[in-house]
Write a protein that binds this ligand. Structure first.
Ligand code: ACG
Length: 454
């Protein structure tokens, strides 16, 4: 299986308002198939006041600019008819401050007051997030509430069983509507505040138990297995704990290690990553090119040949690989937490940036018309990144056993990493040269930036 992350607003437009939508996605199904995609992950498609959609106002309704529930169903049908599964993003940790639960809670109404977490005298209200300088607690109309992703996204209180029930209802609704699975947003944050101590602390045990409950319900509703991938941006050993229960987790270290190794011109991080995250595990890792929370691949690896190596490594390693929309074209974008638009720009279908299905967006800073990056341009060139990506996805499709495989016997010199991939029955050995000069290793001579499968 090959996954593809779509930022709905920026992918394809079906009604000429410049905003990407469900029917736009359906209209580009041939492109997805050509790219070898058989699993699409949509960033949040629910009713929300923000451009990113992670703060939800109504879990049972769509963002009107993306289309209606009926349009959503039509999209699902078209994807399914073409053998593509649909995974939706499910941010359950928090809601929008405009959600009626939060509005009622602010008015002091039961039962909604108990849906959120309010300050107590022994809490440290000046505490900041451990990865940046944002405050965890927010004051409004004399009330102080918890929101790890900011004041406009109050966290839900999952110590309240009624809230857990609500989460299960939401999940059930979308499964019954036809979705095939979920990307569990912010999976380590469901329980991340220690109310006894009055400070931030991930409770991984409680989180994992919560996701197990969610997965059990999902399987019950579907009457069989359900695909889910968790977003746990943390050390591999922590990711392991979630992935083992849920079955699949994004492998952030893969993305980071390959980018870093290529930037530094030595494979050591890749070796460490493969040994820590890709050996035999009781789950499927999801390696990925990048996502909407980080610099785009092409902005980190300026050289197209390096990006081709990235695709080679991605498509020869185990699990369920994901491509972030536009990374297959070399779209650029620099992540900035206050201006994330740069990494979620419209996918350029045409060199002129104009034509059927093209979306428009306010920034379009890096990929504007004639910048040279578009589906049209990439398909017209035999040595383009897109053509290479397609070759690699074709390779992956003819080796479907890779989904349940693992890596072993990782060897290396400074520039070459070699590894065996096997599922116990099938197998091959890969040699990847990340350098811009030829290299010999274990009797094999590789061209600059060559990934060879033997
Ligand atoms: C998800 C979505 C993101 C979304 C939210 C909220 C969550 O993808 O688009 O924001 O719904 C943290 C969270 C993630 C979150 C990202 C953005 N992503 O854990 O769930 O922030 C460290 C921390 C991580 C942290 C990361 C951020 O540990 O927890 O992610 O930094 O950079 C190594 C280390 C690892 C370390 C990294 C990076 O890998 O092992 O620990 O991660 O290095 O240093 C959206 C919007 C926001 C809005 C929000 C409501 O994008 O703007 O505020 O919705």
């Amino acid at each position: 299986m090959i996954g593809y992350e779509i930022f709905v607003r920026s992918f394809a437009d079906s009604n000429d308002d410049g905003i990407g939508d469900f029917l736009g996605i359906a209209s580009k199904v041939d492109y997805l198939k050509r790219l070898g995609v058989d699993l699409v992950w949509l960033t949040p498609h629910f009713k929300s006041p923000s451009y990113h959609g992670y703060d939800i106002i109504d879990y049972f309704d769509t963002n009107a600019s993306f289309g209606s529930i009926e349009d959503f169903k039509k999209m699902v049908q078209v994807l399914h008819e073409n053998g593509i599964k649909l995974v939706i993003d499910l941010p359950l940790n928090h809601v929008s401050d405009r959600h009626h639960w939060f509005k009622a809670a602010m008015r002091g109404e039961k039962p909604y007051v108990d849906y959120f977490l309010w300050a107590q005298p022994h809490f440290n209200l000046k505490e900041k997030r451990h990865w940046d300088e944002e405050l965890l607690w927010h004051e409004r109309n004399g009330k102080v509430y918890y929101g790890v992703f900011g004041g406009s996204s109050p966290d839900l209180n999952y110590d309240n069983p009624e809230v857990v029930e609500k989460a299960l209802e939401i999940l059930t609704y979308w499964l019954q509507l036809g979705v095939d699975g979920f990307r569990f947003d912010a999976a380590k944050h469901i329980y991340d505040y220690d109310t006894k101590e009055g400070k931030f602390r991930y409770d991984h045990d409680k989180n994992v138990a919560f996701w197990k409950l969610v997965m059990d319900r999902a399987r019950e509703v579907k009457g069989g297995d359900v695909f889910a991938v968790t977003e746990v941006w943390d050390d591999p050993e922590i990711v392991d704990r979630y992935a083992t229960t849920i079955g699949c987790s994004f492998n952030f270290y893969f993305t980071e290690a390959i980018r870093e190794s290529m930037q530094h011109g030595a494979v050591y991080k890749i070796v460490d990553c493969f040994q820590r995250t890709l050996t035999k595990k009781p789950y499927r890792p999801s390696n990925f090119t990048g996502n909407h929370d980080m610099h785009r691949l092409a902005s980190v690896l300026q050289n197209e040949d390096q990006r081709k190596v990235f695709f080679g490594l991605l498509m020869t390693t185990p699990g369920i690989p994901f491509i972030y929309y536009g990374d297959e074209l070399g779209m650029r974008g620099v992540y900035d937490s206050t201006f994330t638009e740069d990494v979620i720009e419209p996918l350029p279908w045409y060199a002129s940036l104009s034509g059927e299905g093209q979306t428009f967006w306010k920034a379009v800073r890096f990929n504007r018309a004639f910048s040279g990056v578009s589906v049209e341009e990439q398909l017209s060139r035999d040595d383009s990144l897109l053509k290479t990506a397609i070759e690699w996805t074709n390779f992956r499709k003819s080796n479907s056993w890779l989904t349940n495989a693992w890596v072993q016997d990782v060897t290396h010199n400074t520039f070459v990493v070699a590894y065996t991939v096997t599922d116990g029955e099938n197998g091959f050995r890969v040699y990847a040269n990340i350098a811009g000069h030829s290299e010999s290793f274990e009797g094999i001579t590789l061209k600059p930036y060559e990934v060879r499968v033997l």
